[in-house]
Design a protein around this ligand. Structure first.
Ligand code: MGD
Ligand code: MGD
Ligand code: MO
Length: 763
């Protein structure tokens, strides 16, 4: 994808001391630098003032909720939210002249950072077969080209991907178009993200979403934050953690890395917080080995169960267990059979620390457990999440104030996209509603998720790929394998805001359709429009851009999809696409009729703060087979590592939004100037004979097939021996397509077996 890297390109690595606290004035300063550097300061400030405010737009950064009814002066301010806006509101433009100057080959030479920094795409662009450059096309011509292609295919040969930034309105129309066209091939970024959550929680709680509200987080006596780096990825969550601590709550964090944002926080909006030099967040840090969370929680539960047996009724919530759960007997039988020492040894956490955790948990009635990608991207992730639920269930910490499970979502509307029907599986309920409301027969069989889409393209079974946002080639596992599939496609189409690697790794024909961003005004036939999004806690809110569009040719995602649907389906549709595109209230009417919980959508979404979707588990109603929350008997992880192998996780740096690279620094980890690094314990470095900064190659071997990522630099880091960490997407080439989470088919981005060897130049 990029030419072979040479050591000279890696000369800028600097490793500094890690800060002990997140946010604070430095964060404000850093984000203002981003704003100044990359966008019109005036515009970005205007945007910042409106972010997450009533009447403003939903921050495109993450899915963390805003406080109900309470807003601080500049909204819920956040460094990485500011970067996301600066990225979108940039003054730089990528117009037809830019594409004329940069051939696709030249684009391929640019790093992800350089590509993204080029600016906002202003015109629809077409890459004809064998052409060297993208050239401008009219919207109508673009739609005609795509429609023509789609009509030559069996609908199941086409793939329609969604990234989680698409609004409810766009996402609903997209799945409607795709299903009227005739396929359920609707993979989304969720497949690589919280799919394991959906599976696990649907099975054991009857709803594949979190159960808590923001107030529950504030109100908890004990917060357990597992496999998540909120200081970087959900900075506004730090305010909630601090609020909880201010009210007397305590916090345990479970992570292979001592992430700065988990340790301490200075609230940039509170002069008192700045004066007091911040709040210590974690009361207890359990440095678990990668993917040994089951071992750790099993050990904890074993001790809790022993205490409960010694003094019945003092630890577990017997009433809750009796009335609302099933499987308790099997679960405790398994605990009886569990070898505590074995679990402790596997977890990597010293037994005294585990006992400390047990003391804290046993004394708490109100417990919230939050987690993110550290739990969802392993082969046994569905089990890992069920194990977390076991812990909450025995304590009765479910469906009452201050308690529950909080899978922290990534993209700002990834949860909403799924709620309104973007899924490769079409539920019988939605099939029926679509059929009734729109009077057509949606396809019945499941479509391809992300991994199966990659396989289908690779095997030539799928020939068309469209991405509603996102950057498929950089986001998916097994980059080389995936690229071959994309390149074989007859056509690839991307609805994008900025150039990215997926425009470079293209099909025989390729189109880029530039769209408005969240921050921009969207005026349609009936006047200014707003869209809506669902946050991590099931609150649906409106989002309306405030900035002038970054170019006159840009269209909203809704308008693009309606244009495309009308061109493709022509007479063969029961939907008035033009009416939908002209007035988004009509889309919301349809959603209200088809999706449970959206009754009176148009009215409720206009209320300040939006509305909550129904959530059974929040009220102890569990839509499982027997109406009860389920205890699960799970298996601990088994990684058969060779003597020279490590378990590698791929994580985000502080300067990126998934595949969009904002900068080269990972400030909270003290790593500057370089992203091709591998974090390794000093013990392992000594054993392997690596000095700090040593150039190495990484390889992973599965079923005899070796994948290689060349030229990384070793950074000594406080990570458990046997574990290493690299950045996503640089290390995605090593993630094998052949290994995914059992049940959810999620790539195993957090537990890849790798070897680390001294760098050898290419022959
Ligand atoms: N600024 C910014 N914000 C973002 C994003 C971004 O890229 N940039 N991405 C968005 C998206 S789509 C998502 S999904 C979220 C991601 O949010 P996170 O899940 O916080 O993101 P990761 O960097 O993948 O971090 C995973 C964390 O899990 C830990 N971890 C890894 N393996 C294990 C394990 O086996 N056990 C435990 N206990 N911990 C483990 C890692 O050390 C790391 O702290 O953030 C969203 N918000
Ligand atoms: N190794 C490894 N791989 C991973 C992960 C990991 O932790 N490790 N994490 C996984 C996770 S959690 C996720 S969610 C996926 C993310 O996968 P994706 O969602 O596919 O990737 P993003 O980088 O978020 O997408 C960025 C692109 O979206 C476009 N974009 C930005 N804003 C808009 C907009 O408003 N509208 C439209 N139409 N386009 C827009 C821009 O062109 C930008 O280039 O990656 C997954 N891949
Ligand atoms: Mo994600």
């Amino acid at each position: 994808m990029q030419n072979e890297l040479t050591p000279e390109r890696l000369s800028k690595l600097e490793v500094n001391e890690r800060p002990s606290q997140a946010a604070g004035l430095r964060a404000v300063k850093v984000s203002l630098q981003h704003v100044e550097e990359y966008s019109a300061l005036g515009d970005s400030m205007k945007a910042l003032l409106k972010m997450n405010q009533k009447g403003g737009f939903d921050c495109p950064g993450c899915a963390w909720p805003d406080p109900d009814g309470r807003r601080s002066a500049i909204g819920e301010y956040c460094e990485n939210g500011a970067k996301a806006i600066a990225e979108e509101a940039t003054n730089r433009r990528v117009g037809p002249e830019w594409f004329a100057r940069h051939s696709v080959a030249a684009m391929g030479e640019m790093t992800d950072f350089e590509l993204g920094k080029s600016g906002r795409i202003t015109h629809p662009m077409y890459l004809a077969p064998d052409a060297t450059h993208y050239a401008p096309v009219s919207w109508e011509e673009a739609f005609r080209l795509i429609a023509e292609q789609l009509r030559t295919l069996d609908p199941d040969e086409a793939i329609f991907y969604t990234s989680g930034r698409a609004s409810n309105e766009a996402a609903f129309l997209y799945q409607l178009f795709v299903r009227q066209y005739g396929t359920n091939n609707l993979p989304d970024c969720s497949n690589m993200c919280h799919e394991s959550t959906g599976h696990a929680l649907a099975e054991v709680l009857g709803l594949g979403k979190g159960t808590v509200t923001l107030e529950d987080v504030h109100d908890a006596e004990l917060l357990i934050v597992v496999g998540q780096n909120p200081g970087t990825n959900h900075p506004r969550m730090l305010s909630a953690l601090k609020e909880c601590k201010d009210r007397g709550g305590r916090m345990i964090s479970i992570n292979p890395l001592p992430e700065t944002g988990l340790m301490g926080f200075i609230d940039p909006q509170s002069p008192l917080s700045i004066l007091k030099r911040g709040t210590d967040l974690s009361d207890l840090f359990l440095q678990v080995r990668i993917n040994e969370d089951i071992s750790l929680v099993r050990a904890i539960c074993k001790l809790l169960w022993m205490e409960e047996q010694a003094a019945p009724g003092t630890v577990f919530d017997e009433e809750f267990i009796e009335a609302h759960t099933s499987g308790f007997g099997e679960w405790t039988a398994m605990l009886d059979a569990t070898d505590f020492d074995e679990c402790v040894a596997a977890s990597g956490v010293p037994a005294p620390k585990i006992r400390e955790a047990v003391d804290m948990i046993a004394r708490s009635k109100k417990i919230v457990l939050s987690y993110a990608m550290g739990l969802t991207q392993h082969e046994n992730s569905v089990d890992v999440i069920k194990e977390m639920v076991n812990l909450l269930l025995c304590m009765g910490a479910m469906g009452k104030p201050g308690a529950g499970i909080c899978p922290t979502r990534g993209h700002s509307n990834v949860q909403g996209d799924r709620t309104v029907g973007v899924w490769e599986k079409l539920t019988p309920e939605l099939r029926k509603s679509l059929q009734n409301y729109f009077n057509f027969k949606p396809p019945e069989h499941d479509g391809f998720d992300v991994v199966n889409s990659l396989k289908a393209m690779h095997e030539g079974k799928a020939k068309f790929f469209m991405g509603l946002g996102g950057n498929i080639i950089s986001a998916v596992p097994d980059t080389v394998y995936a690229a071959k599939g994309l390149r074989q496609c007859e056509m690839t189409v991307h609805v994008s805001t900025k150039p990215n690697r997926s425009h470079v790794v293209h099909g025989k024909k390729a189109l880029i359709l530039p769209c408005l961003g969240r921050t921009e005004k969207d005026v349609r036939a009936s006047g200014p429009q707003f869209v809506s999004c669902e946050n991590s806690m099931g609150v649906v809110q409106s989002s309306q851009g405030v900035l002038e569009p970054r170019g006159p040719e840009l269209r909203s995602e809704v308008a693009i999809l309606c244009g495309l649907a009308a061109a493709t389906l022509r007479g063969n549709t029961t939907v008035d696409w033009e009416e939908m595109a002209g007035n988004y209230d009509r889309i919301r009417d349809a959603i209200a009729a088809c999706i449970p919980g959206f009754e009176r959508y148009n009215e409720k979404v206009r209320e300040p703060g939006g509305f909550y979707l129904p959530n059974g588990p929040r009220n102890r109603r569990f839509a499982t087979s027997d109406g009860k929350a389920q205890f699960s008997v799970t298996d601990r992880s088994h990684h058969a590592l060779g003597r020279d192998e490590f378990l590698m996780m791929t994580v985000r740096s502080h300067d990126q939004y998934n595949t969009t690279i904002y900068g080269m620094n990972d400030r909270y980890r003290g790593i500057h100037g370089e992203r091709r690094v591998v974090m390794m314990s000093e013990e392992d470095m000594a054993r392997a004979g690596f000095e700090p900064g040593a150039s190495v190659d990484l390889s992973s071997e599965y079923d005899g097939e070796v994948r290689t990522a060349r030229l990384f630099q070793v950074v000594p880091y406080p990570i458990p021996p046997g574990n290493v960490a690299t950045y996503f997407p640089e290390a995605n080439v090593l993630v094998p397509i052949t290994r995914t989470t059992r049940g959810s088919n999620t790539p195993i981005s957090k537990s890849v077996r790798v070897r680390v060897q001294r760098h050898k130049a290419m022959e």
